[in-house]
Design a protein around this ligand. Structure first.
Ligand code: PEP
Length: 256
């Protein structure tokens, strides 16, 4: 399957930014962003702004995502939010295993796998994040890391389930640092991950999986990164907080 037949997903990861009022304003500014049937635009907002965001996107093509989801349905998990709670709100996507969750909140490949399962069971579209640290790239073990994170993140899923998962390749050294992977590095890594999925599930499945690049994608470099054959969209932090910058990236994806 060619890139042109895969779904492109441009997702903003707002991290711990924006009050409800600010969220409504920013989403209002995205309402006139270009759109087409091949590109989904998602805003992954803080839990507190989810309901506001779901209301604000009504009548637009923008969809709403959370930035995490717990793996149990309910229970004694203080501070956590279940997949069913998100679905009830009208949330459609969930970022899972972001490097900041892995780095600061003890997320492991096993918890990422569990959260992804819970998201899928509830009907959410998981955006499963993987990516190597700077020292891992420098040590020449990027592929080993991506292979491990992909295999463990997808462990136990059927081919049909994998088709519903988005992978975000985010080199940790490029997140929030202003250091972007070159388009070639991004394309190569996303292609490598597709190859890992092909070995696990076959080429037909791998060819259909949306694999995003994330890491300092912005209005200037978005078009070049998105033009890579194996890069099917972006997970965008900083630049998604500025409406004009995010819209420029959406335009590059939509091709207007
Ligand atoms: C992210 O938060 O996933 C991200 C890629 O951030 P930034 O675009 O700011 O590097």
């Amino acid at each position: 399957m060619k890139k042109s037949s895969r779904k492109v997903v441009i997702a903003g990861n707002w991290k711990m930014n924006k009050t409800r009022a600010e969220a409504a304003t920013l989403i209002g500014q995205l309402a006139n962003a270009p759109q087409n049937a091949d590109v989904d635009v998602v805003v992954c907002v803080p839990f507190t702004a989810l309901e506001t965001a779901v209301n604000a996107v009504k009548g637009t093509a923008v969809k709403v995502g959370a930035q995490n989801v717990h793996f149990e349905k309910s229970g004694a998990f203080t501070g956590e939010v279940s997949a069913d709670m998100l679905v009830e709100l009208g949330v459609e996507y969930a970022v899972i295993g972001h490097s900041e969750r892995r780095q600061y909140f003890g997320e492991t490949d096993a918890t990422v796998n569990n959260r992804t399962r819970a998201a899928l069971v509830a009907g959410l579209i998981p955006i499963l994040c993987i990516g190597e640290l700077l020292e891992e790239r420098e040590a020449g073990i990027t592929e080993e890391v991506l292979s491990r994170q992909t295999k463990l993140g997808l462990a136990g899923f059927t081919a049909d389930e994998v088709k519903r998962i988005i992978i975000a390749y985010e080199p940790v050294w490029a997140i929030g640092t202003g250091k972007t992977a070159t388009a070639e590095q991004a394309g190569e890594a996303c292609g490598f991950v597709r190859g890992v999925i092909a070995k696990l599930y076959g080429e037909a499945v791998a060819d259909g999986v949306t694999i995003q690049y994330g890491g300092s994608m912005n209005a200037k470099n978005g078009a070049e990164l998105l033009a890579q054959e194996d890069v099917d969209g972006g997970l965008i932090g900083g630049a998604s907080l500025v409406a004009e910058d995010f819209k420029t990236i959406i335009k590059a994806a939509v091709g207007v």
